[in-house]
Design a protein around this ligand. Structure first.
Ligand code: HEC
Length: 181
């Protein structure tokens, strides 16, 4: 056995022992080492960028469509991503990685990227794929709402919420049923 083969062998054996020993702590309150976190971040950002490159963006600048997107965001996303200016939900506080807030997402991601993320979800993070259950139209409406505002305040959010109270629209899941979230 050459030195290198010996080292690889030892490395694999130690790795396997660690893997099956249960020593790694999967607790959501035990964060990754910061270098692992940075690595995962770069991995995720580049993956999203590459996979969303060929998404074709439809026309999004329509007031009713934006309102529909707001309603969808309010029903489907606030449990984890919160409402601007409001205290964090129990789920938001406990999830790891922590779901970014609305304004952070608007700032960090482009239109194609947002659509791709919402449609596909993010592996091993708690971010669900809405493409499994919802139409592309409903997903685009959320993107239309998110991209309409640079920075949405607590008050803007309240005004939007009032404006959709009597809106005659409920999104329909792919199974054909109207679900209340
Ligand atoms: C069950 C909780 C949960 C729900 C509901 C949820 N998300 Fe997320 N979302 C997450 C988590 C956790 C992350 C962080 C993932 C990460 O950092 O890797 C995330 C990340 C994101 C990101 C940024 C991608 C990233 O990882 O940086 C966007 C954009 C996003 N969510 C949009 C939405 C939208 C829009 C909705 C509603 C249609 C939604 N999410 C519903 C948990 C959720």
């Amino acid at each position: 056995m050459t030195k290198v083969t010996y080292l690889v062998f030892v490395f694999v054996v130690v790795g396997l022992i660690y893997l099956f020993s249960g020593s790694y702590n999967v607790s959501a309150i035990k964060p990754h080492f910061s270098f692992v976190e940075s690595f995962l971040h770069v991995f995720k950002e580049n993956s999203i960028k590459k996979h969303s490159k060929n998404v074709i963006v439809p026309k999004l600048d329509n007031q009713n469509f934006i309102k529909r997107g707001f309603k969808n965001y309010d029903e489907m996303c606030t449990g984890c991503h919160g409402v601007p200016g409001e205290p964090e939900s129990v789920v938001q506080q406990g999830l790891y990685p922590k779901p970014p807030e609305l304004n952070e997402m608007q700032e960090e991601y482009g239109t194609k990227e947002l659509f791709w993320i919402i449609k596909n979800g993010v592996k091993l993070s708690g971010m669900p794929s809405y493409g499994v259950t919802h139409s592309e139209d409903d997903i685009w409406s959320i993107v239309a709402f998110m991209k309409k505002f640079e920075d949405i305040s607590k008050n803007d959010y309240k005004i939007m919420k009032k404006s959709v109270i009597n809106m005659d629209y409920n999104h329909i899941h792919k199974d054909g049923k109207v679900h209340k979230h």
